[in-house]
Design a protein around this ligand. Sequence first.
Ligand code: FRU
Length: 490
Amino acid sequence: MKTEQLKCANEAVTRDAGKINPRYRLGYHIMAPANWINDPNGLVQYKGDYHVFYQHHPYSTKWGPMHWGHVKSHDLVHWKHLPIALAPDTPADCDGCFSGSAVVDGNELNLIYTGNLFDDEEKTEVDQVQNRAFSTDGIHFQKDPLNPVIPKHPECGSGDFRDPKVWKHGHDWYLVAGTSHDKVGKVVLYRSPDLRHWTYAGIIGQSEGNQGYMWECPDFYELDGKYVLMCSPQGIEAEGDRYQNLYQTGYFVGDFDYATGKFTHGGFTELDNGHNFYAVQSFKDDRGRRIAIGWMNMWESPMPEQQDGWAGALTLPRELHLSEKGKMRMTPVDELKQLRVKRMLTLSSVEVSGTQAFPDLTDELLEIEATFDLIASNADTFGLKLRTGKTEETVIRYDVRERQLILDRSKSGQGVDDGFRRALLPESNQLKLHIYLDRSSVEVFADDGETVMTSRIYPTEENNGVQLFADDGQVSVKEMSAWRLEDIWA
Ligand code: FRU
């Protein structure tokens, strides 16, 4: 274990944390103390705590040689920063400790992650391997002297071979990783008796022509009687309102046979319809819940917080379920109710036409729940405006005829004038919105998580209003509540 690189990395983050401009810092989302983060890694429960790691460049607000940053929590709500867990300091990971997962084996917390190795001087070609690190205190990790534990990609793949997700079934460990061959993205399966010796066990899924050239960050698990493959494909072309972001994150639902390693599944569905959601990972906790967290950004999209000394954050933890129709539902975990500091608003049975403002609702950290009666409404469009003021607004609008939920951030502040995202909702007599607003993010859970939209926003302080609105008619609001939320980092 070379501690020098870890020590330097930790010192850099501590030093830079003192220089941050706080204006966009989130109040209840996971972020690094300073500098760059991307994917969530190693979601796990160990010795009573929830642990989350993340891809981290401790020296800059831009992506660079990857380390693993680390936070832990008792309750999935209040997070505490721990020292950086992994630095790229061995021959098996010298160009970066890329994404991976965590599993507990007896007393030991294991991190299984990708060692990024460049194959050429220009650093354009990669030859990625899989590694193991372990710990018995959940803070300090040793790298396995056997590393790399998977030294070469399978024949059906290429040097783009990364993001191992590990789980146990029966006596064996299983691992899925993303790879690519001749511009076809895929997910491959491995099996191991001991987390150190791995045997290739086939292809779990691959692009059918138009589903991307590389599949990143796969995750595979049983949920509500079916099997789910989640992954983040690169290279899916936009198609109407679908696949509007640079890269996608979505899932396939199907059946899996451990004996043959065959996964029979339906089509690919996007998991979140907002601007900023990628590289999601899940884990099962001791209450049997499947919980997922994503990266609340997108490659090559604006990150105005870079001027302020940091970049990137993770989404709220979301509980996953499959609906009867096999659609994934994501709902904020129950524990998040602990964030409620003060109830700011209670409304029931009101009709709104035009605009209704709430002058007392000016908090930067807010949770809002609203249920609209679609039978008793005749407006063409209605919804909520957040962070509204003289110059800015973030609009959550429902287009009744088109049944489209629209998250419009064209006036959401600095750097994000790239318009709206739309999602088609199923037919229903009501619309339920559950919204988490943070200083520079909004997460919208519609109809108990059937549709979710996550986006970063960068409003200025004075644009701090909340409004209900209805255009060309009235909307019937059955109920609406709002709470001021706690700033867990304050
Ligand atoms: C996804 C990803 C992973 C990789 C990591 C590198 O966002 O590209 O495939 O392991 O980020 O930081």
